[in-house]
Design a binder for this molecule. Sequence first.
Ligand SMILES: Cc1ncc(C[n+]2csc(CCOP(=O)(O)OP(=O)(O)O)c2C)c(N)n1
Ligand SMILES: [Mg+2]
Length: 357
Amino acid sequence: MTADAPPELVQLLTPEGERVEHPDYDIDLTPEEVRSLYRDLVLVRRIDLEAVALQRHGELGIWASLLGQEAAQIGSGRALTDDDMAFPTYREHGVAWCRDVDPVKLLGLFRGVNHGGWDPAEHNFHLYTIVIGSQTLHAVGYAMGIQRDGGDGATIVYFGDGASSQGDVNESFVWASVFNAPIVFFCQNNQWAISEPIEKQSRIPLYRRAHGFGFPGIRVDGNDVFACLAVTRQALKNAREGQGPTLIEAFTYRMGAHTTTDDPTRYRVASELEAWKLKDPIERVKAYLFKNELADQEFFDAVDAEAEKLGADLRRRCVEMPDPTPMAMFEHVYSSGHAQLDEERATYAGYLEGFES
Ligand SMILES: Cc1ncc(C[n+]2csc(CCOP(=O)(O)OP(=O)(O)O)c2C)c(N)n1
Ligand SMILES: [Mg+2]
């Protein structure tokens, strides 16, 4: 394949909700499974919407929305088995949902009441990582650990198109490749790294980078939950069976702002968003269910009602999260003591006492 060959895209469900065949990837889903994927997509969009609203009400300091990326996250997240380990960025709320992380626990970091509110070992879902691309190295190390322990699972690591330019990501590709690590690199190419477009990251489609590192790369329609599920499932299986890493480029779009502190109207045209709205990941599953008479209005109403309830519950539990004491920021920095930290803790305690007197 040459660098200027047209990109290939694995798609199993068109934006109009038509099933299409692919010679290498197919998936046999029961109506129940499709309905379940639809429910996932709707509920994670609702969680995200509530979080944006909570930020606007001043209840969160910041939020990174997943709007538009639901299929990439639910498809890949539902491909994971209990033994697999996932390393997210800061936007993988849909994957967190698939790992059974209580949505309110995602809010703690963004409300500033904790440093990440869940136990990674309990969910096989690492804490959110803000330092772009650094988690790819952690994930490869973890995958090599599984390999050395003779474990059954694979590792998946999420990162963005912008992260693909980071040294850490490229180093992690080298390590994964030469050690044949059981890892899937899942790049959500949402076309933007804050205000930098994908054209400023790469002259070739991102998935083709993998070939230069010595492992396969594949581009999947990131707004197609069936295709994301099928492709990720296969890549994880390959990893578990000793066939080494795969790079999956999920071709999608960040429909919202980078975070709630960003205003995308300053750097991208409205027509781009309008074009991507026609490829909405939820609408195509809904169309598929309708057309094939796999779900009735009662089902869609029940999912909407569940989303309402989930949203209300999230709003209530967000504001009920206890504020930490100021001294709590010194906890969990080091597993054992540290002289400088002890000194800073004592200084800060003295400072606080000064207010009370
Ligand atoms: C090492 C590092 N450099 C810069 C930043 C600031 N920063 C935060 S998000 C971001 C863009 C990331 O874009 P991408 O990888 O495409 O992920 P997306 O936000 O689109 O999901 C940058 C540069 C950071 N957090 N870490
Ligand atoms: Mg991006």
